[in-house]
Design a protein around this ligand. Structure first.
Ligand code: PLP
Length: 401
């Protein structure tokens, strides 16, 4: 493995593996689909022997992400969930995990199922509540899991502060950095030990690959992760790595444009009488705005907001949209909108949703890179549709008439 000679995020992403082909001098690195590699001779293994263990295309992506996150090495996995699964393999039986109560649904399900089987001990904690966090740390977790900003309410936690506290307990700090990407947040520079990504989202950015990555700050942890990924067989497919590397090249320009569009949409939403509340770390009244400003170099392009109205208002609003697609997932070039209660968080009981602040009038937006005027116009069209008389029931119309 060789670390990039470049320092800046945009150059690392653009130049990863460029001009490394020794055969023809290809500018972009070729895709190696071969499942296996010949030995140079008896007992003389080359760099790669079998693609589950190692693959040249996947290796370029792994190193590129490690360089972007300022880590030692990166393991590329089949999905974001298998990246999270790989990080869990660092635990011995029964060791404790301290995770955020509002973490990604798949992470929640995996941790909970592992705990139910007795494989780990688990505490879900509101990590923005300092007293609760300290109390949970006193139980000596082996892994402290962070996800910031959180989904869907974009709560932010202080990576540096929690990492310091975790270090006193000898815990490993893992940060799910999917929502911001290394362009806007570098957890390993803030004291974390491991970063995980669902590369399905911003890293690939084109909604055409499912993948993951787990990146370690130091060599020993990286070797362990790599060993477990090979052992359990969760390593990513070469073609997926090839596509993800292609998507990664434009990460910086995409992220900048995503954020620029998001800012315009937030500015519009906060002024609109159709909106009850906007959740965005870039807003000064966001409870952790100061932390976001300190540890992020941008506020990202995920926005949540509550419409003034009930679930029927939400349905009419969504029906009025023509540009935003009603879909889960995030981080692609196209704008998406979702209703967390019935979509991303449908597996969470209504009671637990209420505790997490997920209400029927809450919507989550993944802002794409379309022309911002088209996006604003679309939201306006949605608001008009949400309040248009034709969508009022006939009984109500007779009253109005
Ligand atoms: C999507 C997502 C995951 C899971 O990734 P997959 O690629 O869908 O397996 C994990 N964490 C966060 C924050 C995500 O958004």
């Amino acid at each position: 493995m060789s670390a990039s000679e470049f320092q800046s995020t945009d150059t690392i992403a653009v130049r990863a593996g460029i001009e490394t082909d020794t055969q023809y001098g290809a500018i972009t690195p070729p895709l190696y689909l071969s499942s296996n590699y010949s030995f140079a001779g008896f007992d003389d293994k080359r760099e790669f022997d079998y693609s589950r263990s190692g693959n040249p295309t996947r290796q370029i992506l792994g190193q590129a992400l490690a360089d972007l996150e300022c880590g030692f090495g990166g393991v590329i996995t089949s999905t974001g969930m298998s990246a999270i699964f790989t990080a869990l393999q660092l635990l011995k039986g029964g060791e404790r995990v301290l995770a955020p109560h509002d973490c990604y649904g798949g992470t929640f399900r995996l941790f909970k199922s592992y705990a139910e089987k007795g494989l780990i001990t688990l505490d879900f904690v509101d990590q923005t509540d300092e007293a609760a966090l300290i109390e949970a740390l006193d139980k000596n977790p082996k892994i402290v899991w962070l996800e910031t900003p959180s989904n869907p309410l974009l709560r932010v936690v202080d990576i540096e502060k929690i990492s310091l506290l975790a270090k006193q307990k000898d815990a490993l700090v893992v940060v799910d950095n999917t929502f911001l990407s290394p362009v806007f947040q570098k957890p390993l520079l803030l004291g974390a030990d491991i970063v995980v990504h669902s590369t399905t989202k911003y890293i690939n950015g084109h909604s055409d690959v499912v993948g993951g990555a787990v990146i370690a700050k130091d060599e020993k942890v990286y070797e362990d992760l790599k060993w477990w990924a090979n052992c359990t067989g969760v390593t990513g497919a070469p073609f997926d790595s090839f596509l993800t590397l292609r998507g990664l090249r434009t990460l910086d320009v995409r992220i900048q444009r995503h954020a620029k569009n998001a800012k315009k949409i937030v500015d519009y939403l906060v002024k609109s009488p159709a909106v009850e509340k906007v959740y965005y770390p870039g807003l000064e009244d966001h409870p952790q705005h100061a932390i976001a400003k300190k540890q992020q170099s941008g506020f990202g392009s995920m926005i949540s907001f509550k419409l003034n109205g009930d679930v029927e208002t939400v349905k009419r609003f969504l029906k009025g949209l023509r540009v935003f697609s009603l879909a889960e997932s995030l981080g692609g070039v196209e704008s998406l909108i979702c209703h967390p209660s019935t979509m991303t968080h449908a597996a969470v009981s209504l009671e637990e949703q209420a505790i997490a602040g997920i209400t029927q009038n809450l919507l989550r937006v993944s802002v794409g890179i379309e022309n911002s005027d088209d996006l604003l116009e679309d939201i306006q069209r949605g608001f008009e549709h949400a309040h248009q008389p034709s969508s009022i029931s006939s009984e109500q119309i007779s009253v109005v008439a």
